[in-house]
Design a protein around this ligand. Structure first.
Ligand code: PGA
Length: 254
């Protein structure tokens, strides 16, 4: 049941925000979410915004994460950032496997798995994104797709490491489109992911893992989605860029 797991509301800024804008947004959100302790509150920010966002989040209940991490410890990977670099900057959370990474940057279940293992080995908490594309939903293979992604993306992740994994179920057709999965669709597919976790790691692990919904979650639809038994939070893109909207989603999680 829901009280066996933590609700997590995470913003994903994507490629938005200068450091000054990041600082301003966190400063604006902080008083609006102060004392809202029924969920963890995270902003995942572009690398260059992390220090400014952390500075503004100091002493608040807002945590700052990153949007990706490379799987190698170091080396000739121009443009990439390692888990050790992130933890050295005090970054605990990282998004991995976002559909935009999969769609535009060649990310596969194999590289998502490698990145996940590297981040977990460095002691980070991973927000692992997965979800079906529109054609897959229309073909009736959503359950198979998310089960397969769950298995491949978590390959060789231990039960102990799984405690640091949050799964974000994000139907690709709902991301940034204004289309939202119905609360029933979100609940059902998060349930399929949970059942897959139960098969891989046992019932207790399945009841303990936080599974967020993401895809056009906003101030209006959040309460209904978060009320569902299998939906333990949200990964929020567009609405995380507006203080009032993001704070309203945090309120809906209380
Ligand atoms: P959206 O993005 O809320 O703008 O649909 C969600 C996400 O991509 O994580």
């Amino acid at each position: 049941m829901k009280d066996t797991r933590r609700t997590v509301i995470a913003g994903n800024w994507k490629m938005n925000m200068t450091p000054a804008e990041a600082k301003a947004l966190v400063t604006e959100v902080a008083p609006l979410v102060a004392g809202k302790d029924k969920c963890d509150i995270i902003f995942c920010a572009p690398y260059v915004d992390i220090f400014a966002a952390q500075e503004a989040a100091k002493g608040t209940n807002i945590k700052i994460g990153a949007e990706n991490v490379h799987f190698a410890a170091k080396g000739a990977y121009t443009g990439e950032i390692s888990a050790e670099m992130l933890t050295a900057c005090g970054v605990e959370y990282v998004i991995i496997g976002h559909s935009e990474r999969r769609q535009y940057f060649g990310e596969t279940d194999e590289t998502v798995n490698l990145r996940t293992k590297a981040a977990l080995a460095a002691g980070m908490k991973v927000i692992l994104c997965l979800g079906e594309v529109k054609e897959e939903r229309l073909s009736g293979i959503t359950d198979e797709v998310v089960a397969m992604q769950t298995k491949l993306d978590l390959k060789d992740v231990t039960a102990e490491e799984l405690k640091n994994v949050i799964i974000a179920y994000e139907p690709v057709w709902a991301i940034g489109t204004g289309l939202t999965a119905t609360p029933e669709q979100a609940d059902e597919t998060c349930g399929v992911i949970r059942a897959t976790i139960a098969k891989l790691y046992g019932e207790e692990a399945a009841e303990a893992i936080t599974i967020q919904y993401g895809g056009s979650m906003n101030a209006k639809n959040a309460a209904e989605l978060l009320a569902k038994v299998n939906v333990d939070g949200g990964l929020i893109g567009g609405a995380s860029l507006k203080a009032a909207d993001f704070a309203a989603i945090v309120d809906a999680a209380q």
